[in-house]
Design a protein around this ligand. Structure first.
Ligand code: ADP
Ligand code: MG
Length: 334
């Protein structure tokens, strides 16, 4: 009756990365949410980092797919295939079917939530339960979510930025906007196209962002410039240019301002007591986007509230999802 190894796992099924937490072990897998498929046979060529390295470099017969978009399932079958691969990889074939806790953004519809539960079951879960992403992020960031004190968490992922205030074990107010890492990348790509007539690939854009992007135009002026390569739109030939950090900061300003607006709106909706708690404890940033240079300073300046980055921002949701597995026995009985 018992399989070998662990039975309960938590999955952070992100737009950019999938992270698996196994009960009693902690994080056992971190991989990009990417699948490479053969378009002729439908066969899966590779999953994860190997597939990500193929983005923009595949021959005609292979496509690198990101099956999650804006925090929800965009390609059901590919999501199932990816999850199945990761569940097997995380716990091994010989283990019994696990109970799985999986996160969803706070703004999703019932249909989108159902799709996640179904996909997880089809991918090999004995049963699946969902937890709201900002709540999981807050647990993973070590915030006192069960206490009668207000906390605010801002999770900036690939597809969505989720903003939430939390108190007494529940979400008090929240916002989920489709403005996060991917939109930052798109803004950079279109800026480079418009200003340099240069077409750059997804991987080049992300590297440029991680290397020199800043949330603050002023502060970016002190940063370096970077050499990037792509295809000249006029000649059609490969071209190299140099781009300055403050230009990159200018390119992404609109997204930064939208994130700040969502934070402000969420704060405006909270009770005075919770607002006061947030002023005392500050806003905590999680997700890969939290690592954008100068972001805490820029948000703090706009909201007049202290802002911190969680330790291990990329792992918070998975840790919180895993921690909440403790409640799975209660949920099973429902
Ligand atoms: P998701 O939960 O949607 O899968 P993650 O929390 O894993 O997303 O974060 C992925 C996003 O974070 C990507 O858009 C990635 O480009 C971005 N990111 C990762 N590191 C950095 C960094 N140092 N600066 C800015 N953005 C980053
Ligand atoms: Mg996430």
């Amino acid at each position: 009756m018992f399989g070998l190894g662990t039975k309960n796992i938590g999955i952070d099924l992100g737009t950019a990365n999938t992270i698996v937490y196994a009960e009693g072990k902690g994080i056992v897998l971190r991989e990009p949410s990417v699948v490479a498929k053969n378009t002729k046979t439908g066969e899966i060529v590779s999953v994860g980092s190997e597939a990500r390295d193929m983005i923009g470099r595949t021959p005609a017969s292979i496509v690198a797919i990101r099956p999650m978009k804006d925090g929800v399932i965009a390609d059901y079958d590919t999501t199932v295939a990816m999850m199945k691969y990761y569940i097997d990889k995380a716990i091994g074939h010989r283990a019994g079917k696990p109970y799985v806790m999986v996160c969803v953004p706070s703004g999703v519809t019932e249909v989108e939530k159902r799709a996640v539960i179904d996909a997880t079951r089809v991918a090999g879960a004995h049963d699946a339960y969902v937890i709201e992403e900002p709540f999981a992020a807050a647990i993973g960031a070590g915030l006192p979510v069960m206490d009668p004190t207000g906390s605010m968490v801002v999770d900036i992922g690939g597809g969505t930025t989720d903003v939430a205030t939390i108190s007494l074990g529940g979400i008090v107010s929240s916002r989920s906007i489709r403005m996060a890492g991917d939109k930052i990348d798109e803004s950079i790509t279109s800026y480079v196209r418009q200003h340099f007539n240069l077409l750059i690939g997804e991987r080049t854009t992300e590297k440029l962002k991680i290397d020199i992007a800043s949330a603050s135009i002023e502060k970016a002026a002190e940063l370096d410039k970077q050499t990037i390569r792509g295809r000249d739109l006029i000649t059609g030939l490969p071209k190299t240019i140099e781009i300055k950090a403050d230009d990159v900061a200018r390119a992404i300003q609109e997204v930064i301002q939208e994130i700040i607006a969502a934070i402000k709106e969420t704060l405006e909706e909270t009770s005075p007591e919770i607002a006061a708690d947030v002023i005392d404890h500050g806003i905590v940033l999680t997700g890969g986007g939290a690592q954008l240079r100068h972001l805490p300073e820029v948000i703090s300046e706009a909201t007049k509230v202290p802002v911190f980055i969680a330790s291990e921002p990329l792992d918070c949701v998975a840790i919180g999802t895993g921690e909440s597995l403790k409640n799975i026995d209660v949920m099973k009985k429902k």
